[in-house]
Design a protein around this ligand. Structure first.
Ligand code: DQA
Length: 149
C-alpha cells in the first residue's frame, strides 16, 4: 500500500483553539481522524507528523525519501518564507500537495505568496479542514498517474 506522510507545521497543533473564525473549530486530531477514514477508502497508509520547528520538519522530509511515497503538507507560516523546507521537498523528489485551511490568497499580503507552490504538484487553499481531504484525494490521483507512466 502507498504511504502518504501528512506534515503540519507551526501552530497547527493549536487548531480548535487558534482563531476558529479563520481556521475552523476542529482540532488537528479530529482532522487526522477524518483523513484516516478517507485513507481506508483510498487504500493508502498515512503517517502523521506535526512540528513547530523548521529543522525537525526538514529531518522528517528527508526520512520520507526512504519510507514514504508522497507528502501532504500544511507548512503553516513556513509556507511563506522557508526556502529550507522547499529545498527539502525538492530534494526528496516525492509528489507533494500543499494544503491550507484558509484561502491564503484572500488574506494579508505576506500570506499570499507561497515559496512551496512552484515545486508542489498543486495547492489547495480555503476549504477549511476539507482542504486536507481534497489534498489526499489529489495525491492519490497523482500516485495513480505516476503508476501509469
Ligand atoms: C495556514 C495559513 C498560513 O498563513 C498560517 O501561517 C498558518 C495556517 C492555513 O492553513 O490556512 O499557520 O497554512
Amino acid at each position: 500500500m502507498k504511504k502518504v506522510l501528512v506534515i503540519n507545521g507551526p501552530n497547527l497543533n493549536m487548531l480548535g483553539v487558534r482563531e476558529p473564525s479563520v481556521y475552523g473549530g476542529k482540532t488537528l486530531n479530529e482532522i487526522n481522524r477524518r483523513l484516516e477514514e478517507l485513507a481506508k477508502e483510498l487504500k493508502v497508509e498515512l503517517e502523521f507528523f506535526q512540528s513547530n520547528h523548521e529543522g525537525a520538519i526538514i529531518d522528517r522530509i528527508h526520512q520520507a525519501y526512504a519510507f514514504s511515497d508522497a507528502i501532504l503538507i500544511n507548512p503553516g507560516a513556513f509556507t511563506h518564507y522557508s526556502y529550507a523546507i522547499r529545498d527539502a521537498l525538492s530534494a526528496v523528489g516525492l509528489p507533494v500537495v500543499e494544503v491550507h485551511l484558509s484561502n491564503i490568497h484572500a488574506r494579508e499580503a505576506f500570506r499570499q505568496h507561497s515559496v512551496m507552490a512552484p515545486i508542489v504538484v498543486g495547492q489547495i487553499s480555503g476549504f477549511g479542514h476539507y482542504s486536507y481531504e481534497l489534498g489526499l484525494r489529489a495525491l492519490r490521483q497523482e500516485l495513480e498517474r505516476e503508476n501509469d507512466k
